[in-house]
Ligand binder design. Structure first.
Ligand code: NAP
Length: 547
């Protein structure tokens, strides 16, 4: 928990107009970080946000079918009983507009917007060693100085639009799902090509297919998916959540993935073949991400994983009527959940529609965009009025690197991370004093239900700053040896799982050509990570230099 301080002003910077902290980003992370620093610690704080509203990744991702894969009662702030009490989710999985409404509700309730500078992009942030301050510049010409810089830019916020030759010649319209127009897109009667079948593409295709004249889904890597089984929430369930939130919170904070379900403590081989099948069948009927919690060893034993993988491939073959399409969809080359496992509403069934085709762009890759469509290496051209790029993100590092951050001695973050992200606990980079990243690479972040990971980081950072101020400490910096040790722990944690076996996963940076291949999130589990961070703090911030 954040320690409130009544007399925080032990080290007010001497320069006039200097803030205590600048936070970049007004999504889940930036909003809560603002609340902890401004309202609990009494600091002067400015949030800088490129969008004209709060929401972060949810502000930009307005594509058809955009909905959270975490269940609504777990996809929210847990730090405040009042917020839990006064908000009602309508469905099992919240849709994008509802999440934006929720975040506005929180922002208004906590009076956050007055400290957020909207429609402003950070163009640079440089550490001034003499003054021990961060000098932040923005695209509207502002120059802001602050003691602490906190990057709360999200893990999935820099769109990855593949550099296909000819995109600029396309005469139709094209969109990336992560930069979707606010007014929506009318697909009625249009020939649509969707490139990408990750979590986003799997959500979007069924919705686009409903109105498009024709939808061609271009699949490079086939993917598993489990039905979401979305449904409106009953009044009884909503009341149950409010009455039991303390237990729900304990579950979310005490397990590896931050969700409100527990991973079964049994191996896939503790049960007979028939029992295992019945367990998978029940999990399939229940739907959602907890399918992977059916057995404790799904992500650690290839043999256990194979049982889940085969079950899910068989489901595809049963749902999709055309055997050739079914075979292409089920030709999955990685262990189940080694890439982020999607959940869906009618994804595989969408390929039974007359107006939907599947094209295998692994066998026949996209060569160019032409004025009228997409041309494959074989020379086959698919015509389109609209191209939808569901091609993901320059994940975890992309948004941090484009901030133009330089640390001590003019070291740029891109130089420091030339060979891949290297930091301590996912929280601080050596050479970048007083700068923190929320759910950065090296933290559980994307392997966890995000709000749970975010709350832990935000509270740890706020506690750390409070600790420093109480002791007159003005400078905190991750030590090089601690960062090296942590990178090794991140690698070790990944190696203990099947996650690195998905060679083309964005967890490894493999989706962006030229990006260093390093397993980025910490796979040792949120609960273990929380313990490590708590131990580091209890030992007087071991691994950091404090001066
Ligand atoms: P993604 O998982 O990276 O998927 C991108 C898709 O585009 C993949 O199928 C990829 O193929 C394909 N692709 C990329 N470049 C391509 C190219 N040059 N040619 C052909 N195909 C190409 O991105 P995403 O679906 O946007 O999801 C990213 C993450 O966002 C998810 O894993 C999840 O963490 C989060 N997300 C969450 C939700 C939710 O909670 N509801 C919804 C959507 C997304 P390869 O696999 O071969 O690279």
């Amino acid at each position: 928990m954040v320690t409130p301080t009544t007399n925080p002003a032990t080290s007010s910077p001497a320069e006039a107009g200097v803030l205590d902290a600048v936070i970049i980003g007004a999504g889940f992370a930036g909003m809560y970080q603002l609340h902890t620093l401004r309202d609990r610690l009494g600091l002067s704080v400015q949030v800088i946000e490129a969008a004209d509203g709060v929401g972060g990744t949810w502000y930009w991702n307005r594509y058809p079918g955009a909905r959270c894969d975490s269940e609504s009662h777990s996809y929210c702030y847990a730090f405040s009983e009042d917020l839990i009490k006064d908000w009602e989710w309508s469905e099992r999985y919240p849709e994008q507009p509802e999440i934006i409404r929720y975040l506005n509700f929180v922002a208004d309730r906590l009076d956050l917007k007055r400290s957020i500078r909207f429609q402003t992009r950070v163009t640079g942030a440089a550490y001034d060693e003499t003054a021990n301050l961060w000098r932040v510049t923005t695209d509207d010409g502002a120059r802001i100085s602050a003691r602490y810089l906190i990057a709360a830019v999200g893990c999935l916020s820099t769109a990855n639009v593949p550099q296909f030759p000819g995109l600029d010649t396309f005469e139709g319209d094209w969109y990336h799902t992560g930069l979707w127009p606010h007014e929506g897109v009318d697909f009625s009667g249009k020939r649509v090509i969707q490139i990408g079948t990750g979590s986003t593409g799997i959500q979007a295709a069924p919705v686009i297919a409903r109105t498009a004249g024709h939808l061609t889904v271009m699949q490079r890597t086939p993917n598993y998916s489990v039905p979401a089984r979305n449904t409106p929430l009953s009044a009884e369930f909503r009341q149950w959540v409010k009455d039991n939130f303390a237990d729900i919170k304990r579950t979310m904070r005490g397990n590896t993935n931050g969700h409100a379900f527990t991973i079964q403590d049994r191996s896939a081989f503790d049960v007979s073949d028939e029992e295992r099948l019945a367990i998978y069948e029940a999990a399939w009927e229940k739907g959602g991400l907890q399918f992977r919690a059916s057995f404790r060893d799904i992500l650690t034993s290839k043999e256990a994983n194979d049982t889940a993988a085969e079950f899910l491939k068989q489901k595809i073959r049963e749902i999709v009527k055309d055997p050739e399409t079914a075979a292409r969809l089920a030709d999955i080359d990685h262990p189940y959940a080694a890439k982020r496992p999607p959940i869906d509403t009618d994804y595989f069934d969408t390929f039974n529609r007359d107006n939907v085709d599947l094209v295998d762009v692994r066998a026949d890759p996209i060569e160019a965009i032409t004025p009228t469509g997409v041309r494959l290496r074989s020379g086959v051209e698919h015509a389109a009025d609209i191209i939808v790029f569901a091609t993901g993100f320059d994940a975890m590092t992309g948004s941090l690197l484009r901030l133009g951050i330089t640390g001590r001695d003019g070291l740029s973050l891109s130089k420091a991370w030339e060979a891949g992200p290297r930091n301590y606990l996912g929280l601080q980079v050596a050479g970048f004093p007083n700068m923190f990243t929320v759910t950065g690479p090296g933290s559980p972040s994307v392997l966890c239900n995000m709000p749970v990971a975010i709350e832990q980081h935000v509270e740890w950072i706020a506690d750390c700053i409070a600790y420093m101020r109480e002791r007159g400490i003005e400078h905190i910096e991750a030590r090089d040896d601690a960062a090296d040790g942590w990178v090794e722990q991140v690698n070790e944690a990944a190696r203990a799982t099947l996650l690195p076996e998905a060679h083309h996963s964005w967890y490894l940076g493999a989706n962006v050509p030229g990006k260093p291949r390093v397993f980025m999130p910490y796979a040792g589990g949120m609960a273990r990570y929380r313990e490590i961070c708590d131990e580091v703090a209890a030992e007087g911030y071991e691994g950091f230099s404090l001066t």
